[in-house]
Design a protein around this ligand. Structure first.
Ligand code: UDP
Ligand code: MG
Length: 310
């Protein structure tokens, strides 16, 4: 089988030599064991400002495996990864995506390939624990996954973008024309037979994280808003609750009025504020419901994926 490894790189000059060394060794090994026949390592330079591309050119000349794809400007990890997947979808039987810093353990790639050979079309790399991460990173990351799940975004817990997809799964993924992409959520929509492999996440061996907290927060918001209409539904729920409360408030205001202990005008003000508040929120909820429909419509996602025909 032909394997492609897609690696998005943004200002990764510090790690590329080592990454290429480790990946090439692994590929040599896999070929020697007969697990794969050939492999291409596809570096996608996501508009880096450092020597990343020059380095990729050098590596391409000196290594049999390395291929390079240079994006004209920085488009962010998800788009860079997509570019690589689209490129690889025509070239390989199976495609593995991994970060340039090899924080994800490449030793499990062999298990991924075994699972692929057992008929799995998608194999998720899942982090066991986060011993090496700082407490802060661990908590924010766990918060991220549980928030996503509460918001109804179906993602694999502790799985980032380290995964194997078969050629078919990758091509099916390419049928999603949406621009607001959250790839790990989209892969979940494919169905097919899947498997998980577990590994310990390592520390970045050089360079620094390209995902500071602000980017992570944006990513979380992106993930939720490009996958879930739950926030829109929440408006309707709140509107309903406020409307019910407005009746309680009305009873309270009327009783106070009848007991004669209120300032003139207070009762009518209080009742109208609550009632109008509830009515506005409820109306927004109804509009939200339609916007949710429009949102699903404009995504033009495929309606189904065929697994077998006989
Ligand atoms: N990356 C990218 N474009 C960007 C930011 C990051 O292609 O705009 C790549 C980066 O080179 C790396 C991967 O995305 O291969 C993950 O980034 P990083 O390791 O910095 O994130 P972390 O592991 O700290 O979450
Ligand atoms: Mg990293």
């Amino acid at each position: 089988m032909k394997l492609n490894i897609v690696v998005p790189c943004y200002n990764e000059e510090a790690v590329l030599h080592e990454t290429t060394k480790q990946l090439s060794q692994l590929v040599d090994d896999l070929i020697a064991k007969g697990k794969i026949q050939s492999c291409e390592i596809i570096y996608v330079d996501d508009g880096s400002h450092d020597a990343t591309w020059t380095l990729i050119e050098e590596l391409q000349k000196s290594s049999t495996y390395v291929h390079g794809l240079k994006l004209a400007h920085n488009v962010g990890h998800q788009f860079a990864l997509w570019a690589g997947l689209e490129y690889a979808a025509e070239r390989a039987d199976a495609i593995i995506s991994i970060d340039a810093d090899l924080q994800d353990d490449i030793a499990v790639i062999e298990q991924m390939i075994d699972a692929y050979k057992d008929g799995c079309e998608v194999v998720y790399g899942v982090r066991k624990e986060r011993k090496t991460d700082t407490v802060f990173k661990r908590w924010t990351a766990l918060g991220f996954y549980s928030l996503m799940q509460k918001m109804g975004v179906n993602i694999v817990y502790n799985h980032a973008d380290f995964r194997l997809t078969s050629q078919r799964a990758t091509q099916e993924l390419m049928r999603y024309p949406e621009r607001n992409m959250f790839i790990r959520g989209m892969v979940r929509l494919l169905g097919f037979k899947t498997a998980e492999v577990y590994y310990d996440r390592k520390e970045r061996f050089a360079g620094e994280s390209k995902y500071p907290l602000t980017k992570m927060l944006n990513f979380a918001v992106d993930g939720i808003t490009s996958f879930s209409i739950q926030p829109l539904r929440m408006i309707a729920t709140i509107g309903f609750i406020v409307t019910v409360l407005s009746f309680v408030a009305a009873v309270y205001a009327l009783v106070s009025y009848l007991c004669g202990s209120v300032v003139a005008g207070w009762t009518s003000m209080l009742i109208s504020i609550w009632f109008i508040g509830g009515a506005i929120l409820l109306s927004l909820g109804i509009i939200g419901e339609y916007i949710g429909k429009i949102y699903k419509e404009v995504k033009r996602r495929p309606r189904y994926h065929i697994e077998k025909t006989i």
